[in-house]
Design a protein around this ligand. Structure first.
Ligand SMILES: [Zn+2]
Ligand SMILES: [Zn+2]
Length: 215
């Protein structure tokens, strides 16, 4: 059974997920938003070893905690990111645009790709590429756990903004339709901001998506 701790961190209330296999006590951090030291301490308190850091995309509010984790955890967990978001990572996710200075953590060394399988302990995840919010945005799907970590692609009742550099509204809708709404209705959605939802709930009630289903 997968264990998930949700921490809401940083200036735009980003969801950081510590995801662990309690059998092996190994964990991964998905989108360390802010306060990396705090994230590392929390995992430590649970008795979990952080093995990797996975980024859904390279906006500053999803990676500002990487450097703090890297200072606390030995060995330093490698960071995973899709290569199309590396240019954005190099500007620290547009932090300066929003008036923040962010310390760069270790450069991403795991290149994510569509269809790639990731593992933490015995938990298996499939990487799905969902461009639109950013060019290299990915989501992490754990089929056995019926859970999707959906980053800023889709939220409860909303979708990611597409007005930032590299964003595309049409592309985002296509991505959501083909890569997210195609999952079983009872798939839990744990997104980058706000409350949890399910695929079925968003199909029925998300005002940005209801039209899609009739195309
Ligand atoms: Zn974002
Ligand atoms: Zn965000």
């Amino acid at each position: 059974m997968m264990k998930v701790i949700t921490l809401v961190l940083g200036p735009v209330e980003t969801n950081t997920y510590i995801v662990a296999d309690p059998d092996t006590q190994e964990a991964v951090v998905i989108d360390p938003a802010w306060d990396g030291e705090k994230i590392a301490l929390r995992a430590n308190r649970e008795g979990w070893a952080i093995r990797q850091i996975w980024l859904t995309h390279a906006h500053f509010d999803h990676l500002a905690g990487v450097s703090g984790i890297a200072k606390q955890v030995i060995p330093i967990p490698p960071v995973a990111l899709h290569p199309l978001d590396i240019p954005m990572w190099e500007t620290m996710g547009g932090a300066a645009l929003f008036g923040f200075r962010i310390e760069a953590g270790p450069r991403p060394s795991i290149e994510l790709a569509a269809g790639q399988e990731l593992q933490v302990g015995h938990l298996r995840f499939e990487v799905r590429h969902v461009p639109g919010h950013t060019p290299g945005h990915v989501v992490f799907y754990a089929p056995a756990e019926k859970t999707l970590f959906s980053g800023d692609a889709i939220f409860a009742g909303s979708i990611g903004r597409t007005d930032l550099p590299g964003g595309s509204y049409q592309q985002l809708l296509l991505s959501i339709q083909s890569q997210i709404l195609s999952l079983p209705d009872d798939t839990r959605l744990l997104s980058g901001h706000g409350l949890a939802s399910t695929v079925g709930q968003e199909k029925r009630f998300n005002p940005f998506l209801t039209d899609l289903l009739f195309q």
